[in-house]
Write a protein that binds this ligand. Sequence first.
Ligand SMILES: [Zn+2]
Length: 424
Amino acid sequence: MLIQNLSVRRQFEETGHATTKGHKIAVKGGYIHQTFQGGYTYSPLGFRVLLNIERIIRQEMNKIDGQEILMPVVSGADLWIESGRYNTVDVLAKFKGRGGADYVLNPTHEEIVVDYSRSFLESYRQMPFMLYQIQTKFRDELRARAGVIRTREFIMKDGYSFHSDQADLEKYYARALDAYHKIFKRCGFQNFVHVISPSGDMGGDIAHEFQLIHETGEDTIYLCDACGFNANKELVGEDATCPKCGAKMRQERAIEIGNIFQLGKKYSESMGLAYTDAAGKQNHPIMGCYGIGVTRILGALLEESADDNGPVWNMETAPFAVHVIAISDKDGAAFTAAEKIYNDLTLAGVDAIFDGRDARAGEKFADADLIAAPVRIIVSAKTLADKMAEVKYRVNDRDTSGMKDSFPLADVVSETQKAIELLK
Ligand SMILES: [Zn+2]
């Protein structure tokens, strides 16, 4: 990709409405464009990050036997009436079709996945199974805030597991909890925890939230340094005493980045999802559900890692792996050499971006900070005279102090590939 063709609008002067560091950088770097209050268009840059986050989630969900499906954004009101939630979920957006039919924009998909499972589930032998999707959702929230952290429309990974007994659900739930830790670590989060939470609107008994400890968070969580018990506000009394060991708990602000619930039989019973159990009797599956806000992860990563110059991605989430810059105008030898490096990297399958503009070095570096490719390759008349390219790293969870600060021009592709591997 050539930087001058990247369809991104950087808004250096127009970040005044942004209230947090992450939101400012998202706007300044042109990652997001607000289309309506609470709804965003993700630029080529922002969408590359989202696709990277989705890839991490898919890989970890598939490792715990998740099966990806795609359910509709819209559904008829009938499934929500059947589950009893049509009039109890306040964020449910309802509308009428021209023929008078009642529709909803699904803010979550328990009803839809249970309806789908009714189409094939017959025997206990088919369980356990877990179905997930990565898809757009709409919640008719009264307010939206802080860029892509709390929006009305967002992309979510939602997963639903089905089990023939509670022990099997608990076994799977522990695997999902572990997979969530892997996902958030791979995304590059540094300071997140899981806390016990009440299950709220979703029904069921046990639930956990994954919370990024951060001062801009809307949530308050309590952490017990004595015994390791973490809980959200609803489960801790006014005095913030640990319910497990009695120690005083530490209070932190946090951004919720994921949640998992044990749902029990709430939806399988209300919607008549049944199977034949080992004794030949009809029974209802026990369900778990597993959510991650994909677009919110983008916002939360920026809140935690960005500095005043731009984001700090890791090799898994960065929109480009390598950024090639020439300190030269277009007819200079350094420009030609840098362009060749970019072309060679692209041919070798490296995801690279090249600054092919006639722009000042300062402008090129400022834009490189906003794109924040972990590996930056710089060619100038001086490095060219030494038959070298200068290398800089920008990465949030690796120590780069031992890595090379220049590559010979003759080996630049293989050296770059090695550096990318080291940063993975
Ligand atoms: Zn404790």
